[in-house]
Design a protein around this ligand. Structure first.
Ligand code: NAI
Ligand code: NAD
Ligand code: ISE
Length: 342
């Protein structure tokens, strides 16, 4: 089966995903595109030589009988309404993070999906498909370091532009750690807090950078995540888990070590597209494979999108108030318990 895909949002990641469906992975084909900037949709069709319809908006695209699935790669605030349109039309959905910008928005999607009767939605939390995270999780699942006590993580970008504000450290950046870390250690968040260290001179007026988030879990694990989006030196994702019997660390991306002129040096990546390229390929391959095998996606669900949104909302409140905030999650519906494997 070839899954026919309509893409809503042909910006940076929309184009990345179009390219991987057309040139790298199997099981899908791009048959429609739309973007609020029509020229962007047109250039995507041209640049990737697509045999795809160009629609004026998401509503028209979702109504196309020639698509089975929708990729939502527009900017975050537009996601919820596009997801709801697609779910109501019974189309499969791969939605980039965030699923919706509020927890209430995620709940509306969950209700729509439950009404449909089976899972349609997968959220783009690709770290779960990254080989390094998979190895780290395997180490913890094998109980090699005993009970987890603490986690130290860092999410660093070389630089961001002026459109990136203080809150986006949560909604655009920390959101990946929010998803990956509770999945990694099989725990739920209890409370969150944020500290603002001395500000780098490289951050513009409306951005506090860096920021340090402290998340406590229900089992008492203390997680510390540094978000530093003007670190200058590269794109760097770090994660160290401290257990009762030892410490486990996310592997570095392999890179040749050159010894020359009294120095041993190695390259550091500069771009998220390259750092997680294999993970993006795997998440979308898994999306197509699960549709073929089970008629429903198996990757991060709308419920995972909801957990991330509730936790992100608490982090935003912590940014505003400077105080610790509780993370108040609802009960996981039975609907999201079933797990099939591809
Ligand atoms: P972008 O700004 O390059 O592209 C967004 C595109 O969506 C633009 O072309 C814009 O015109 C279009 N768009 C916006 N609203 C729209 C609407 N209502 N209907 C149709 N098109 C619309 O942004 P980028 O970097 O591609 O990010 C898109 C999404 O992907 C964001 O939610 C972002 O958080 C997520 N993302 C996820 C990454 C990951 O590692 N999983 C990496 C980068 C982005
Ligand atoms: P982008 O700005 O490059 O592209 C967004 C595109 O969406 C633009 O072309 C814009 O015109 C279009 N758009 C916006 N609203 C739209 C709408 N309502 N209908 C149709 N098109 C619309 O952004 P990006 O970097 O590609 O990010 C897009 C999304 O992907 C964001 O949600 C972002 O968080 C997410 N993202 C995820 C990762 C990841 O690692 N998983 C990486 C990058 C981006
Ligand atoms: C981007 O939106 C992503 O989602 C990347 O994975 C992240 O690392 C980057 O900081 C964001 O800008």
């Amino acid at each position: 089966m070839t899954v026919r895909v309509g893409v809503i949002g042909t910006g940076a990641i929309g184009r990345e995903h179009i390219s991987r469906v057309e040139n790298v992975i199997s099981g899908g084909r791009i048959t429609a595109v739309t973007d609020v900037n029509e020229q962007s949709a047109q250039s995507a069709v041209r640049d990737f030589n697509l045999n795809a319809a160009i629609y004026p908006d998401d509503q028209a695209l979702v109504a196309d009988g020639n698509i089975d699935a929708v990729f939502i790669t527009s900017w975050g605030p537009a996601h919820e309404s596009s997801v709801l349109l697609a779910v109501e039309a019974g189309k499969y959905v791969f939605c980039e993070k965030p699923l919706a910008t509020t927890a209430e928005g995620c709940l509306r999607i969950i209700e729509a999906e439950k009404k449909h009767g089976r899972r349609l939605v997968q959220v783009g939390f690709m770290r779960r498909y990254d080989e390094g995270y998979a190895q780290l999780k395997e180490t913890l699942d094998q109980n090699e370091i005993g009970n987890v006590l603490m986690v130290r993580a860092a999410h660093r970008n070389a630089a961001v532009d002026e459109s990136y504000k203080t809150n986006m450290a949560v909604t655009e950046t920390l959101i990946h750690e929010i998803d990956a870390l509770h999945w990694l250690i099989h725990d739920d968040y209890h409370s969150v807090k944020v500290d603002f260290p001395r500000k780098t001179k490289h951050a513009h007026a409306e951005l506090q950078d860096p920021q340090v988030f402290t998340l406590k879990t229900k089992q008492g694990v203390l997680i510390n995540v540094e978000v530093f989006v003007n670190c200058r030196y590269g794109y760097d994702i770090q994660c160290e888990v401290i257990g009762e019997e030892g410490i486990a660390r996310l592997p570095e991306v392999p890179s040749v070590i050159v010894r020359k002129q009294s120095k041993a040096s190695t390259n550091i990546l500069n771009d998220w597209k390259l750092r997680f390229m294999d993970a993006y390929n795997k998440e979308l391959q898994n999306f197509f494979d699960a549709i073929e095998a089970y008629g429903q996606p198996q990757g991060p669900s709308a419920w995972d999108g909801y957990i991330a949104a509730v936790t992100a909302d608490a982090c935003l409140k912590a940014q505003e108030t400077g105080e610790e905030q509780d993370v108040l999650l609802g009960e996981k519906p039975e609907f999201y318990e079933q797990k099939l494997h591809v």
